[in-house]
Design a protein. Structure first.
Length: 302
């Protein structure tokens, strides 16, 4: 199994935040960190020799800045870099295959607006064979932890507890890849794991269209049993992870976005399936990536 975490970097603030998040994740996993930068070389007209020295030098500067920043913040971390002359999507997908986790930056519009997913990030998330974490610009170490006493930073008090990891669970597809990643993430942080399953409102009663509380209650109890059964073997495998199951009425994306405000990481799945338009992310995952308030891990499953 790969023994490093990879971050895709460029000259943006969001990619630097992703590099630092990836560095902290590598330390949590006891792994190394790889920083990858893709630069698109452009052949000069009339020759087969690719020449674009200005673009290459800019790429080298961006990679050096990211390396220097990460090494200054984490002097004991094993870090390597890679500058690859190919399209970003191709480079990142290859890097993902060789990594435990691929971390990418996502343009942020503040905590209310959440993420803006770029075309590269969206295509990589939709096709990656490994988990991809999206990190917003401005994301810092303190955001992963509960508030420290007296306004001190978690950097000053390393034992400040992490916020919970949140897992969005679909009882129709309780796949091992998704659940296992969430439990591992919680264990690495010494954090609790909050598992959320949302139920759409029960069918209405005739013309009034209102939910039937009795039917909703029966459905919630049944779904709760499914959730507990799906998690039972993982709770036995990770006995130190404190697990909280929540079965609630509402739209899954809205419930997960709401939970992300108090989470260190939100974990959602992406089913590996293609359509005529190519690989799909899924409606819930797509919505979460645009509005979540914390880093989002997208885990592919079959």
């Amino acid at each position: 199994m790969a023994q490093h975490v990879t971050a895709g970097v460029d000259a943006s603030a969001e990619s630097l935040a992703a590099a630092h998040w990836a560095a902290r994740e590598a330390l949590r996993r006891g792994a190394g960190l790889r920083l990858v930068h893709a630069w698109y070389r452009k052949p000069e007209s009339g020759t087969a020799v690719p020449v674009d020295t200005g673009r290459l030098r800019a790429a080298e500067r961006a990679l050096r800045r990211s390396m220097a920043s990460v090494r200054a913040a984490h002097p004991g971390l094993r870090v390597e870099d890679s500058l690859v002359p190919d399209s970003p999507v191709t480079v990142l997908l290859v890097a993902a295959e060789e990594s435990e986790v691929l971390v990418l930056g996502s343009r942020g519009l503040g905590r209310i607006a959440g993420f803006v997913l770029g075309s590269v990030s969206q295509r990589v998330v939709a096709r990656s064979p490994r988990p991809v974490v999206l990190v917003r610009a401005g994301e810092a170490c303190a955001d992963e932890h509960l508030p420290a006493l007296d306004g001190l930073s978690p950097d000053e008090i390393p034992e400040t507890p992490y916020r919970d990891v949140v897992l969005g669970l679909d009882t129709e597809h309780p796949c091992d890849e998704l659940i296992g990643f969430a439990f591992e993430s919680a264990r690495h942080r010494g954090a609790g794991l909050r598992v959320i399953h949302a139920i759409d409102a029960a069918p209405g009663c005739g013309a009034c269209g209102r939910s039937d509380p009795a039917r909703l209650g029966e459905n919630a109890v049944e779904r709760q049993h499914f959730v507990v059964a799906a998690l039972r073997p993982w709770c036995e495998k990770f006995p130190r992870v404190r697990v909280t199951e929540t079965v609630t009425e509402g739209r899954a994306a809205a419930e997960l976005v709401h939970a992300s405000t108090c989470a260190s990481l939100l974990v959602v799945g992406r089913r590996r399936r293609d359509s005529r338009l190519g690989p799909l992310i899924g409606a819930v995952t797509h919505a979460v990536l645009h509005h979540a308030d914390c880093p989002v891990a997208v885990v592919p499953y079959t």
